[in-house]
Ligand binder design. Structure first.
Ligand code: DLL
Length: 433
């Protein structure tokens, strides 16, 4: 069994990789300038011509693209090849404003599947594995992405989609699934359901999980690993760049390797747009250098993150990105203080609570209210009110020291917070600002 899906690329010396990126970038800028009037206009406005781009070192000269740009282009303004060359679309969930429609040629799908195959092999997968894909299938990219990767690796791929947890568990048992792919919140829910059904992790064959599509903490990773008896790997991606597999974790579990032969990653200061050096936290920006149908350049993801370049014990040379800490747009500002849901999750899990929580923010008499509903541990359920109040105080204190402000914490009955089969909804912001 190989450790890599495409060893010659995944372990390519960094100078060679940079050369490959430069060649691809130069060609891609020409494609975009010629075939995407929207981006050509942005380049013209900035006074940049394709001839000004000689390699990665010139990337900073190109204009950014934002989600607003992609929405302006709805539905087909970002398609850079004739419709007849496209074989598929996927789309973002579009809870606010218009959706983003992403187009793919067969070649785009093929490269995307390769990226997901790399992630599966990095998680220890090969053709002997049974891959249970419990990400949603459909316009969301999770299901089809890991599915395509599973086929490339030669796994027996189970296209379960999300939901119907009892059926997930039955298939897992009857077909001996060895790798589970879903959101971390759904993985935690499957773990919880297994326990309720009295099935121990030893009674299933799972050995690994490939979890992503939402922010999760290391503490949550440990909980899931224990509940399912597996090693849990992170995977990152977004619809605008194809889907899952933009980056993936290896056995070291210290960040996700960016598939740099397809995507150039930068970190910028979200306020000024200035490019920051490796190791500094900022907004992640990606340039797709091999995509044909939907070739985004310097796309601002709004994910807050750090890049680390250095030797990895797995032998891969691709730069690693840390866990996205949150998004510039899901960072809450409560009474002037920046709060990320992931910080609250870290506190909860370190004190032995589950990752089922909900943050409710409102504004009463011009002051922000900040409440966190947390499910009790099962053993706390029968405790007296006096004890419950003490646990709540302990949580408030831990959150105050993490965030700098104190929420009101409410311990609620186990299972009273709705479970998620896809991305979990952790925040209810009722403020009308
Ligand atoms: O969530 C693609 C995906 C599917 C990734 C399955 C991994 C697994 P979108 O729905 O377009 O695409 O959402 C993209 O989700 O900008 C991040 O904010 C967040 N996200 C994705 N993966 C992770 C992760 C898919 N591993 C947005 N950790 C991104 C934290 C993640 N956030």
């Amino acid at each position: 069994m190989s450790k890599y899906y495409q060893p010659e690329i995944e372990t390519m010396p960094q100078e060679e990789l940079r050369k490959l990126q430069s060649e691809r970038l130069v060609a891609q800028v020409k494609h975009v300038y010629n075939d995407l009037p929207y981006y050509r206009n942005l380049m013209d406005e900035k006074g940049v011509k394709p001839e000004d781009i000689h390699g990665v070192e010139d990337l900073h000269k190109l204009p950014f693209l934002s989600k607003a740009d992609l929405r302006n282009c709805y539905p087909e303004g970002m398609r850079a090849v004739p419709k007849s060359e496209c074989v598929r679309i996927h789309s973002t969930s579009g809870t606010t404003g218009k959706r983003v429609m992403a187009f793919y040629t067969q070649h785009d799908i093929d490269l995307w599947d390769d990226c997901c195959a790399r992630a599966i092999v990095a998680a220890g997968g090969d053709k002997e594995d049974v891959l249970q894909v419990a990400y949603g299938y459909g316009l969301f990219t999770g299901g089809m992405g890991l599915h395509g990767g599973g086929h490339k690796v030669g796994c027996l791929t189970l296209p379960m989609s999300s939901g119907n947890t009892d059926r997930q568990i039955q298939f897992m048992q009857d077909l001996g699934s060895t790798i589970l792919c879903c959101t971390p919140s759904y993985a935690a829910y499957i773990g919880e359901t297994l326990k309720e059904r009295g099935i121990s992790p030893d009674e299933i064959q799972l050995k690994a999980g490939i979890f992503g599509a939402e922010a999760w903490s290391d503490e949550m990773r440990h909980d899931i690993e224990k509940a399912l008896g597996i090693k849990a790997y992170d995977i990152y991606g977004l619809t605008e760049l194809s889907g899952p597999g933009v980056s993936f974790e290896c056995e070291e579990q210290t960040g996700m390797h960016v598939n740099e032969d397809h995507f150039i990653a930068e970190i910028i200061d979200p306020e000024t747009g200035e490019v920051l050096p490796d190791g500094e936290q900022g907004e992640l920006v990606f340039t797709a250098i091999t995509k044909e149908a939907f070739p985004v350049m310097r796309y601002r993801t709004r994910d807050i993150c750090v890049l680390h370049r250095g030797k990895c014990s797995c032998g891969r040379t691709f730069v690693k990105m840390g866990r996205p800490r949150g998004r510039t747009d899901d960072m809450l500002i409560i009474r002037g203080v920046n709060v990320f849901p992931s910080q609250i999750e870290t506190v909860l899990i370190s004190l032995g609570y589950s990752s089922n929580y909900q943050i409710v923010v409102d504004r009463v008499n011009n002051t922000d209210t900040f409440d966190v509903n947390v499910e009790m541990k099962p053993e706390q359920f029968s405790d007296t009110v006096r004890h419950i109040t003490r646990y709540e105080k302990e949580l408030v204190e831990a959150m105050r020291s993490m965030l700098g402000i104190s929420p009101k914490v409410h311990l609620v009955t186990p299972k009273s917070i709705a479970r998620s089969e896809g991305k979990a909804v952790r925040v209810i912001d009722k403020r009308k600002i």
